[in-house]
Design a protein around this ligand. Structure first.
Ligand code: P1T
Length: 391
């Protein structure tokens, strides 16, 4: 007997939804169906599965659990977050227009500005923490409004319900990249979004050992279009990668609680430090998006950005000097990371209107001991920032 998982709480669904014991062996853990093809009953009689690009049972389990956690009717898993973004772009046609957050992951900006713009799709970048700017940017031919919240790397907050209300009488779809929040902290569909994208490389996977993406939604026609193009294009995840994300998701709630707690402590520490100019963390009461975040998120997640007093060299020196925080792109794993967006994750936006400050550093605060994390930042800031830079 199994429970009706949809009636259970998030923590229970994270472990069980889409993951019934294996029907042939009773294995409690969803098997890695490492197979490229599935035997048919006859030439015109398929089983449930047919070919590994089209679908795979381990992938189905992953799609079902993320859909359940986001309150969605369906989910599709991809080879990366950007493969999911690319798949969504197939909903567009030449002449269409996108409104994109001016503070998106650099790869998302690059995909819109340097790839699909070549196929007759125009775009506007706006500060989506300001609903008026979104309203002003929407055109009759706008077909996608693409939000991230919190944004990457400035942790701006977009009022998801506010944007959905703006689009009520407009055919544009609202896509929310929910990577920085994870489904444990924020469910955009419940706030009026049409599609939710995750880079499952981040919090869903949670252990910096897999690259993947997931898109969820409710509209069956959009599902059919995306599914068709995914199969036609082929950017699908392998069964083992799906399994890694499935395993990560089981601990998502406990990890997100610790990420959020550690990040708040780190943000409070940085805020009081003389070598730090500004701290960006929506959990701080002084953050301009704090009230909206408190309304639409369960907690504030593990991403913290800050600018240092000084110049690029000062920031680079701090990034080189941490010992617990490892210098690397990506985020959302159990281990803490530090990076310089201007040179690393957002290097592709240099020279565009989306450029970031060169004194900006971004932290993915992991689930290590809080005092170790703060001690590490303290030694990097206090020992390595030249005294002359602290003014
Ligand atoms: O790397 P990939 O799985 O393709 O996901 C792309 C992506 C999409 N959305 C957001 C908000 C992201 O942060 C990313 C990837 N970001 C990083 C690698 C980074 O360090 O910011």
């Amino acid at each position: 007997m199994t429970a009706d998982w949809q009636r259970t709480a998030f923590e229970t669904r994270a472990i069980h939804a889409g993951q019934e014991p294996d029907p042939t062996t009773g294995a409690i853990t969803t098997p890695i169906y490492q197979t490229s093809t599935f035997v048919q009953k006859g030439v015109d009689e398929l089983g449930t599965y047919e070919y590994g690009r089209t679908h795979n049972p381990t992938r189905t389990a992953l799609q079902d659990v993320v859909a359940s956690l986001e309150g969605a009717a369906w989910g599709l898993a991809y080879a990366s977050g950007l493969a999911g973004t690319q798949n969504i772009s197939y909903l567009l046609a030449p002449g269409d227009h996108i409104v994109l957050t001016d503070d998106a992951y650099g790869g998302t900006h690059r995909f819109v500005a340097k790839v699909i713009s070549r196929y007759g799709i125009d775009y506007s970048l706006v500060d989506m923490s300001d609903l008026e700017q979104i309203r002003a940017a929407i055109r009759p031919e706008t077909r996608l409004v693409w939000a991230e919240t919190p944004t990457n790397p400035y942790l701006k907050i977009v009022d998801i319900r506010g944007v959905a209300d703006l689009l009520q009488n407009h055919p544009a779809l609202l896509v929310v990249d929910n990577t920085f929040a994870s489904p444990f902290l924020q469910n955009p569909l419940a706030l009026g979004a049409d599609l939710v994208l995750h880079s499952s490389t981040k919090y869903l996977g949670g252990h910096a050992d897999v690259v993947g993406g997931v898109v969820v939604g409710n509209d069956p026609e959009i599902y059919e279009t995306l599914k068709f193009h995914q199969n036609a294009g082929g950017a699908v995840p392998g069964p083992f990668d799906c399994w890694l994300v499935l395993r990560g998701i089981k601990t998502l709630p406990v990890r997100m609680e610790r990420h959020s707690r550690n990040a708040l402590a780190v943000a409070e520490f940085l805020q009081g430090h003389p070598a730090v100019r500004h701290v960006f963390y929506p959990g701080l009461p002084g953050h301009p998006g704090h009230d909206v975040a408190a309304r639409q998120m369960r907690d504030f997640s593990g991403m913290v950005s800050f600018t240092v007093r000084g110049d690029f060299q000062t920031a680079a020196e701090v990034a080189r000097s941490t010992r617990v925080f490892q210098l690397a792109v990506s985020l959302g794993g159990v281990e803490s990371l530090i990076e310089h967006p201007g040179q690393m994750t957002h290097a592709s936006v240099a020279g565009t209107e989306a450029e970031v400050e060169d004194t900006l550093l971004r932290l993915s605060v992991g689930i290590e001991n809080e005092a170790d994390l703060i001690g590490d930042l303290a030694q990097a800031l206090e020992v390595l920032v030249p005294a002359t830079a602290i003014r």
